[in-house]
Every structure is written in structure tokens, then in C-alpha cells.
Design a protein around this ligand. Structure first.
Ligand code: ADP
Ligand code: ZN
Length: 609
């Protein structure tokens, strides 16, 4: 046992807990429990029981008499009466006079309640805590505790009745998976043609796009058992456990075939084995076991393995080669139509008002994943409840998009008056640069109410339709729009603030990508200077070029952003009057819609002339 790190808390601490629990039971809990046993009776009953010599103990107070029957099965209470000779009669009936009857309940019960129950609870607690300790100690040292069989409870067999119709959008993925459903329904058709199903299907895509849901839906449609486990669970705490869990999982699955085995986050075990010193033995053993199991069963035995990952590039090639996970189904972020469909699926759970327009909401939530859209619907419903309604309206949904994107409104805004003015100019700067460049998306909403995310204000832009291709000009316009906030500050106040840090980051990212990845610079032609490591998780990239080239890239990035910044400043000083007018309007109203913005922007002449 000594391998386990000794608990940080001294022994005294645990004795303290024991005493406290005992105390709690004696003083608070057991009287409460016992009180439930007290029976109120009328005085007549009391007299009858004296007559029948059926009084065990009795206690006479000023206003009430408490007594028990001979067997001590219950406590009775009754009021006092002017009854001379009562004491005498009680004495003759053989009753015992005592104090504190309520605590002298049936000795069995009271001992159980005050001693055994707390002890039981304490032992339970102790076991729970020692489990925790083992988990903390982790690794090899903990092995002596709990080897033996891996617990099979992790393989939950439930399809929860999810069907393809519950998964909105993702039509390509569904089509690809429908074949597997068909196979599970009538495998003979496939064996007759000599075709065998892929053993493994890899669902690849960003988090929250419905990969788990799709796997469940396959099981639901085919009406077969569904075993699910997360890759990280395999490599949890005991060395050698991962492999045995894999073995266990497949043993169960084969017994239940046809069935679906779903492994979430397969990258946790399926990472490339790179022969590094001090590599993770445990993980490799688990992976090897998985590969062995997959090779071990024939294509047509009815066990189909679905696995999900959002970092496909990090998977071991052994896992993705033919005969293993040889089919790859991309599950991408939903497009405009998909977003609308997902919103509608989740809106089935709520009561939507007449004015709700899911198309607009889908447009506003560009880039949101299925999980985020589900969250938006839920936030909207919560907002409706907060406002004392049961129906969810358009305003709820619009506000909840902002909550999901930018966090809650900060109620006690700490913006000073000048700061508020600066933020108003900054946001109008973004919006005007966006609107005045012909190709930029229109503005949906501008607000200068601070958010819990730290944003002091923001401009929500909306694409009319999903864009799959961006032209060079369009990216340049985006960069100009990012610089528009700072440009407005410069023009209006001749001073710059820290408020543009996020804009700077975004603009730089775009400019760098243009040069290193999209081949949009003058002299690098179509040579990639960067590779993307992780397209689904933030898209980090690493440079692949010489030091000189890096220098040149940096120079070009700066030049590119600078040019767009100049363009933004030019646009805004050309329209200085509108800038002032709109900024003042926003400063006063704090939130303005895209329509209000466009109306003022498009008014000819203007009052400021
Ligand atoms: P993943 O496994 O890709 O990370 P999940 O399948 O766990 O994502 O999805 C999380 C939640 O997001 C689901 O429970 C569901 O409510 C919602 N969701 C995601 N994609 C969709 C979709 N295409 N249709 C409907 N709901 C979706
Ligand atoms: Zn900004």
C-alpha cells in the first residue's frame, strides 16, 4: 500500500469527520426520523391504554403527556387534563415514569440509526475516497490495487432511438452511412455479390458537428446494439488495462453481432507511433490490440466499427490502411441550409413564436457547429423563461446568438463616457469600411454594450450566402474591414487605443495566409510556405521555408496590412460626416440594427453639411 501517496490530510482529520457524522445523526437526523413515529391520540385512548395496562413508559409535562405502549412500537402524545389520581392509576397499571421518551425509542432502531447507519455511510465514503486516491496516484503504482477484469460497464448499449432524421444536414455523410445500414439489414445481398463491408469507418470533422449522433443513428436505423467508448477511456489509469479493455469490448461485440462499435476520440489511442524515446507504451499496446482485433475478424461477421476524430492527420497510418478504417466520412461544419435545418430540428423541442425566421438566424450564426446551434436554441428558450414567457421569439434567438458568440451582456458596464465614444467610433469604423467596399457583406447589427467575453462592442456581419471561394479582392476587403476600427479612432481622435488587438490578430492571420498558403503574393507564385497542421482545430500552421524567405514573408505581410489600413483610413476620411453622424447615433442608442445603419449611410447630403 505504501506506493500510494500518503493522503495530504492528517489522520485526525478523518477522525474529525467520523465524530462529525455521528454527531450529525444523533442530534439532527435521528430525532427527525423518530419524530415521524410519534402518534397523536386523544385523552380517551390514553385512559383506555392505562385500563388495559398497555403503557410502557410515560412522561408528563406541563402541557402534554408522552407515552409508549408495552412493546415500545410507537410513541404517543396527548394533551394534559385536570385528572387527579392519574399518577396513581399509571403506577398501578405498571407504567414506568421516565424522562426524554422520544429518545428511548425501540433500542434496535435507535442503535441502527445512530451508530450503524453513520458507520455505513462513513465506510462508503472511505471507499469512494480511496478510489479517488488510486486514480490520483495513477500509473503503475496503483496496479496492485485493481488489476483483474476490466469493468465492462463502459460499453453502454443504447441507441436512444436516434435516427437519421434527427441529424440535420450532413447529407453526404448520411448517404455514405446508409449503405452500412442497408448491409446490416440484409447482409446476404452483399455476400452474394462477394462484397464485404468496410470493417471500420472513420468519421472526420470538427467538434460538435454530430459525429456521435451519426454513429448512434446508424445503430438506430439498423436497429442493432450500440457499444460506445471514448479513446481516452482506454488509456485511463492502469498499464495493460487499455489492451484488455479492447479485448473485452470486441468479445462482447462479437457476441452481440450484428452491432455497431463506436470509438470516440480515436486519436487518443491511434496517434502515430513515432518511435520517440519514452513513448507511451500503454497507448501503443492498446493500439496494437485494436489492430489485432480488427484483423482478427472477417469482413462479414456483422461488427462494424465507427470511430470519430477531429485530427485525422495525426492517426497512425496502420489504422487507416485498407482492411481497417478504410472508409473516411467527412462531417463538416454545416452550411447555410444545414444550419437552418439543424435549428429547425432542435426547435421541435421549443415553442417558437410566429415571428421566428430560422433563415435569418442561420445566416447570423455563420460558422456555428451543430452543437453550438443546439445551444443557441436552448439559450433562447432560457431567455424566454427569464422574461416570463413560454414561447421563444426572434429577439430571444438573436440575443442568444450573441450570448453564444460573445458572452452575456455585462450588466454593470464599466465604460467611461469617453471610452464609450471611442468604442462607438471604432465599431462604426468597421461597419462603414465593410459597407462601403462593394464586395463586403452587409452589417447585421452593431452594439457597444460590453460582453462578458471582454468585447467592448462588436459589429456582426452577415454573409448573404455561404462562400466557398474567396477572391483576392474579397480577402483584401476583409483585412481593410478589420483595420477599420483602428482607422476610425485615428481619424476621430488622432489617438489610438488597445481596443484593436483582436482585429490586428485576425488581419495578420488573413494576410499571412494569402501569402504563405493561397499563393496570392507577387513573387512566391504557387509555392506553399506553410502547412496546416490541424485543419479542424483552429488550423495551426507551421512554416516550411528558409530563414530568408521568412523574412521576406514578414515584410510582405506588413506591407499588405498597411496598404489595407491606408485604404480604410481613406474610405473613412472621405466620409467623415457620416462617420460622426453614425458614431453619435450608436453612442446614444448603444445598439443599432443593420437596417438603421444602412439608412443613415445612404441618406444623401446629410444634416451635417
Ligand atoms: P461530435 O461527436 O461531432 O463532437 P455530437 O454528435 O456529440 O458531436 O453533437 C453534439 C450535439 O450537437 C448533439 O447532441 C446535437 O444536439 C447537436 N448536433 C450536432 N450536429 C447536429 C446535426 N447535424 N443535427 C442536429 N443536431 C446536431
Ligand atoms: Zn475592432
Amino acid at each position: 500500500m505504501k506506493e500510494v501517496k500518503s493522503p495530504k490530510k492528517p489522520l485526525l482529520y478523518y477522525y474529525g469527520i467520523v465524530l462529525f457524522v455521528l454527531f450529525l445523526f444523533n442530534v439532527i437526523v435521528s430525532p427527525l426520523l423518530l419524530q415521524g413515529q410519534v402518534v397523536e391520540v386523544d385523552y380517551g385512548t390514553f385512559l383506555d391504554m392505562i385500563e388495559e395496562q398497555n403503557i410502557g413508559q410515560v412522561q408528563i409535562d406541563d402541557s402534554q403527556i408522552t407515552f409508549t405502549d408495552k412493546e415500545n412500537t410507537a410513541i404517543y402524545k396527548t394533551g394534559t387534563m385536570n385528572d387527579p389520581g392519574l399518577t396513581e392509576r399509571l403506577w398501578h397499571s405498571g407504567a414506568k415514569f421516565s424522562k426524554d421518551i422520544e429518545k428511548t425509542m425501540s433500542p434496535f432502531l435507535s442503535i441502527f440509526l445512530t451508530v450503524f447507519l453513520p458507520l455505513l455511510i462513513f465506510v462508503g465514503l472511505g471507499q469512494y475516497m480511496s478510489k479517488k486516491l488510486i486514480e490520483q496516484a495513477g500509473g503503475k503504482n496503483a496496479m496492485s490495487f485493481g488489476m483483474g477484469k476490466s469493468n465492462a460497464k463502459v460499453y453502454v448499449q443504447s441507441t436512444e432511438g436516434i435516427h437519421f432524421s434527427d441529424v440535420a444536414g450532413e447529407d453526404e455523410a448520411k448517404e455514405s452511412l446508409a449503405e452500412i445500414v442497408d448491409y446490416l439489414h440484409n447482409p446476404e445481398k452483399y455476400t452474394a455479390a462477394g462484397a464485404s463491408m468496410p470493417k471500420g469507418v472513420l468519421l472526420v470533422g470538427p467538434p460538435g458537428t454530430g459525429k456521435t449522433m451519426l454513429a448512434k443513428a446508424v445503430a438506430g436505423e439498423a436497429n442493432v446494439p450500440f457499444f460506445s467508448m471514448s479513446g481516452s477511456e482506454f488509456v485511463e489509469m492502469f498499464v495493460g488495462m487499455g489492451a484488455s479493455k479492447v479485448r473485452d469490448l470486441f468479445k462482447q461485440a462479437k457476441e452481440k453481432a450484428p452491432c455497431i462499435v463506436f470509438i470516440d476520440e480515436i486519436d487518443a489511442i491511434g496517434k502515430k507511433r513515432d518511435g520517440q524515446l519514452g513513448g507511451n507504451d500503454e497507448r501503443e499496446q492498446t493500439l496494437n490490440q485494436l489492430l489485432t482485433e480488427m484483423d482478427g475478424f472477417e469482413g462479414n461477421n456483422g461488427v462494424i466499427i465507427l470511430a470519430a476524430t477531429n485530427r485525422p492527420e495525426s492517426l497512425d497510418p496502420a489504422l487507416t490502411r485498407p482492411g481497417r478504417f478504410d472508409r473516411r466520412v467527412p462531417v463538416e461544419l454545416p452550411d447555410l441550409k444545414g444550419r437552418e435545418a439543424i435549428l429547425k430540428v432542435h426547435a421541435r423541442k421549443i415553442k417558437a413564436a410566429e415571428d421566428v425566421d430560422f433563415h435569418t438566424i442561420a445566416r447570423m450564426a455563420s460558422g456555428a457547429s451543430g452543437a453550438e446551434l443546439a445551444n443557441i436554441i436552448n439559450e433562447a428558450a432560457l431567455r424566454a423563461v427569464r422574461n416570463g414567457r413560454v414561447t421563444v421569439n426572434q429577439a430571444d434567438l438573436e440575443e442568444s446568438i450573441e450570448v453564444v458568440i460573445a458572452g452575456y451582456q455585462k450588466k454593470n458596464a464599466l465604460l467611461s463616457d469617453t471610452e464609450k465614444k471611442v468604442v462607438a467610433y471604432h465599431e462604426i469604423g468597421h461597419a462603414m469600411v465593410a459597407a462601403l467596399q462593394t464586395n463586403s457583406a452587409p452589417v447585421q447589427k452593431i452594439t457597444i454594450i460590453p460582453r462578458t467575453s471582454g468585447a467592448l462592442g462588436y459589429t456582426m456581419q452577415v454573409e448573404q450566402a455561404d462562400k466557398n471561394l474567396l477572391t483576392k479582392g474579397e480577402i483584401e476587403n476583409k483585412i481593410a474591414t478589420f483595420t477599420g476600427g483602428r482607422a476610425a479612432e485615428e481619424i476621430a481622435f488622432g489617438e489610438i487605443t488597445t481596443g484593436a488587438s483582436n482585429d490586428i490578430e485576425q488581419a495578420t492571420k488573413l494576410a499571412r495566409a494569402m501569402i504563405t498558403r493561397y499563393g496570392m503574393s507577387d513573387d512566391f507564385d504557387m509555392v506553399a510556405m506553410e502547412t496546416v497542421n490541424n485543419q479542424y482545430l483552429g488550423g495551426d500552421s507551421s512554416l516550411v521555408c528558409s530563414a530568408e524567405t521568412q523574412k521576406e514573408i514578414d515584410r510582405q505581410v506588413v506591407a499588405l496590412v498597411k496598404a489595407q489600413h491606408e485604404k480604410a483610413k481613406h474610405i473613412l476620411s472621405e466620409n467623415r460626416a457620416k462617420l460622426d453622424e453614425l458614431a453619435t447615433f450608436l453612442y446614444e442608442k448603444e445598439t443599432i440594427t443593420g437596417d438603421e445603419f444602412m439608412e443613415i449611410l445612404n441618406q444623401k447630403g446629410g444634416e451635417t453639411a
